[in-house]
Ligand binder design. Sequence first.
Ligand SMILES: [Zn+2]
Length: 145
Amino acid sequence: MTTATELLAEIEGRLSVAHLEIGDVAVDVRNRWRMSIPARPDYDTDLIISRALDDGEKATSALRAVLALHEEVEVWAFDDVNGAWVTDDDGEKIPLPPVCRECTPHDSLLAIEDCEWSDDYETVPYPCPTVTAITTALSASEAGL
Ligand SMILES: [Zn+2]
């Protein structure tokens, strides 16, 4: 089975080819757009660019899958002595810093769900390093446009 790293390298290679193809077309837009019958995936402009767009959709789906795992869990202040939510003057529950569902240990998540959480439980704040790395990488690509 091909690893995720190998698949990403293949995608990066096809994206690079697509970028070069677009650059070549832009230099001579009237004569450079190539389409063949039968189609040649590594030669035809439309197929090179379409494949790169498909790769972009796959990469986006992969990132969404990772982000779905590393979702934010809301944590609210709970008064375990009185067995009630801690509320502010307006009667609103007081939020504590959220944690990552994937990175926080399971027993800590159970304690949060059961309102038995305390500072003794290990938690990983949200956004976790994985979400931060994805956000940073996506923000960098936006800046490059
Ligand atoms: Zn996480």
